[in-house]
Design a protein around this ligand. Structure first.
Ligand code: 5GP
Ligand code: MN
Length: 327
């Protein structure tokens, strides 16, 4: 912490980066740190590799976020000028797409704050806790350990609340600890409106998104009771039929785990030039190794992701084979 304090004191221009397809924890932790550092008088910008869902845009500062895919010139200027770069909620350069190029070349000091396993060596300092439910909780703990909790206001608190809420499945995954609840209690005490944040994130579906959920569950869900597994696959054509927008399939894979006996859940989505896979599990079934061994990915023990450069049909075959051999 002394080292981090010293680095912060010596930095003027700071860039915060997070992973591709940013989720609630990625945006929440980035904006919480952004507001905190602004309060400390720093020049700060948040750079993300690509777009993030509409339901995260209520967060203060979200409109200032620079998207690398559509605004690479400005992003590169910021990165070159920065004396400190934070990498939040990702454990390797493979998670940030082309944003890894300017980041690799940057002369700034680099600090990773993350809760994923096996961080790769690309930074100078690491604040990593794989037991922690979210990077947003790590930001709270950072502010706490710096002895600056008095700077934590409603705006910062709302971003942290959102990140913890989304990464813990609304405070129910096993990563939710008493410390998590203590942090949430403190946030509520300073005026963060938990139920409003819940509504902004979860009661913000388009009609088409809810219909896509219904279609996926009734028409596309395949259950393998003998293997305690289930999957849903969605093609580009199907997604287009429901006017798919980024974030519309967020959380869909979790529904599969609500079936009695199902411990292993997979969502396959056909992207423009690959198949994206999302894995969830519970109890003694761990998905990070499966994602890593078979699907070019990784993640946490109960939530992981991967990617295949095949057709959707081939990807489905592979998933079925893995389901049949793994449980
Ligand atoms: P999601 O299914 O929500 O996209 O991802 C679930 C979890 O797995 C997230 O914590 C995410 O960081 C991680 N994850 C997703 N895709 C990948 C990947 O390709 N590589 C690694 N290492 N982790 C991933
Ligand atoms: Mn996270």
């Amino acid at each position: 912490m002394d080292k981090i304090k010293e680095i912060l004191n010596n930095s003027k221009s700071i860039v915060i980066t997070t992973h591709k397809s940013p989720d609630g924890d990625a945006i929440g932790s980035s904006l919480a740190l952004y507001h905190f550092l602004k309060k400390k008088g720093k020049e700060v910008s948040v750079i993300v590799p690509d777009a993030f869902p509409e339901f995260l845009k209520w967060m203060d500062g979200s409109s200032t976020i620079i998207h690398y895919d559509t605004n690479s010139e400005e992003a590169e200027k910021m990165i070159t000028a920065a004396d400190l770069i934070f990498s939040l909620d990702y454990n390797g350069l493979g998670r940030i797409g082309n944003l890894s190029n300017p980041l690799k070349d940057a002369s700034a000091i680099k600090i990773v704050i993350d809760h994923h396993q096996d961080p790769q060596e690309f930074a100078d300092h690491y604040i990593v806790d794989v037991e922690c439910c979210s990077t947003s909780q790590l930001i709270y703990e950072l502010i706490e350990n710096l002895g600056e909790l008095e700077k934590l206001d409603k705006v910062i608190g709302a971003c942290i609340y959102c990140g913890i809420m989304t990464d813990t499945g609304s405070f129910r995954f096993p990563s939710t600890t008493s410390k998590t609840h203590q942090i949430i209690a403190h946030l509520i005490e300073i005026g963060v409106e938990g139920s409003k944040i819940h509504q902004d994130v979860y009661d913000n579906y388009s009609e088409q998104r809810l219909r896509l959920l219904g279609y996926a569950l009734t028409e596309k869900m395949k259950v393998f009771p003998m293997h305690n597994a289930a999957y849903i696959s969605l093609s580009q054509k199907e997604l287009k039929k429901f006017s798919f927008k980024k974030g519309d399939t967020e959380g869909l894979v979790n529904y599969l785990l609500s079936i009695n006996g199902i411990k292993f859940a997979v969502l396959l989505t056909e992207k423009e030039d690959n198949i994206s896979l999302s894995f969830r599990s519970k109890d003694d079934f761990h998905v990070n190794k499966i994602a890593n061994h078979h699907f070019n990915g990784g993640g946490h023990i109960y939530a992981a992701g991967g990617m295949l450069e095949t057709t959707l049909e081939e990807a489905i075959k592979k998933v079925e084979a893995v389901i049949k051999q793994s449980n």
